[in-house]
Design a protein around this ligand. Structure first.
Ligand code: CO8
Length: 261
């Protein structure tokens, strides 16, 4: 099946992952209604597709995404924003996707672009990456979860600094602060992200989804509740054939052949 989108390029890999490239070069991949709609549509289209077990989301060398589309937003009235629930659907469709999404960020990840990267499960950054929530310069504030996710990722001091001054964080500071998991040379970014995606896609999809669910639960629960949830989910993984296969393969010193059953 061909993936035909006007603002996304899709590359499906035989190893079981897909690379989704945001493709609005004329606007530094600014997130407009078409792009966010297409991204949500694509995620829905692969939700039950066993051939896609992990996603790499990337942009161009210059920009992962330079924010929500300011030209599209500029003349919206409050009633338009409220009735249209601006960007809420896009947020929810990415946030509720159950398989891992790796953001591979080069260049600008600003405003909604930074928020989209943070909606992904982890961020691999190139040395050129720049993260920021510069909405204050436009007389507004983050609106796709940025004030919450940035604060959880880097703590109050840096989040407040970035949101109030609108300053950008470079890749080294982003790694130091816990916003990104790895920083690599610009020309190694996609290879690094693809290798991570292939590694994830080679695991049991059941264990992958469980691990994602567990780490995300840490943001929503107390430690005690989170540990109980982990214990229950851990126990339940023993109902799957993949657990038997994974442990048998270790004992027999061979590669596991996971089936997602
Ligand atoms: N929206 C629309 N167009 C954009 C955007 C954007 N966010 N960013 C860049 N572009 C366009 C420019 O207008 C320009 O178009 P044109 O050639 O037609 O003039 C083209 O992309 C290239 O951009 P520049 O010429 O500005 O490139 P530079 O290299 O000089 O500068 C920057 C790059 C620094 C990234 C600069 O483009 C910039 O500051 N962009 C805006 C960054 C920004 O403020 N982002 C936050 C936007 S607001 C937001 O994301 C809110 C999210 C929450 C909304 C949810 C509501 C519920």
């Amino acid at each position: 099946m061909a993936d035909a989108y006007s603002t996304l390029l899709i590359e499906r890999h035989a190893d079981g992952y897909a690379v989704v490239t945001l493709n609005r070069p004329e606007a530094l991949n600014a997130l407009n209604t078409t792009l966010t709609g297409e991204l949500g549509d694509f995620l829905e289209s692969v939700a039950d597709d066993d051939g896609v077990r992990c996603i790499v989301l990337t942009g161009s060398v210059k920009a992962f995404a330079a924010g929500a589309d300011i030209k599209e937003m500029a003349d919206q009235a409050y009633a338009d924003m409220y009735r249209g629930n601006f960007f809420a659907r896009a947020h929810d469709r990415v946030a509720s996707f159950r398989k891992p999404i790796i953001a591979a960020v080069s260049g600008y990840a600003l405003g909604g672009g930074c928020e989209l990267a943070m909606l992904c499960d982890f961020i691999i950054a190139s040395e050129t990456a720049k993260f920021g929530q510069p909405e204050i310069n436009l007389g507004v504030a983050p609106g796709i979860g940025g004030s919450q996710r940035l604060t959880r990722a880097v703590g109050k001091a840096k989040a407040m600094d970035m949101c109030l001054t609108g300053r950008m964080m470079d890749a080294a500071e982003a790694e130091r602060s816990g916003l990104v998991s790895r920083v690599v040379a610009s020309d190694a970014l996609l290879d690094e992200a693809r290798a991570a995606a292939a590694k994830i896609a080679g695991q049991s999809i059941l264990a992958v989804m469980a691990n994602k669910e567990l780490v995300n639960a840490a943001f929503e629960t107390t430690l005690t509740q989170g540990v109980v949830f982990e214990r229950r989910l851990f126990h339940s993984l023993f109902a799957f054939e993949d657990q038997k296969e994974g442990m048998a393969a270790f004992v027999e010193k061979r590669k596991p052949a996971f089936t997602g059953r």
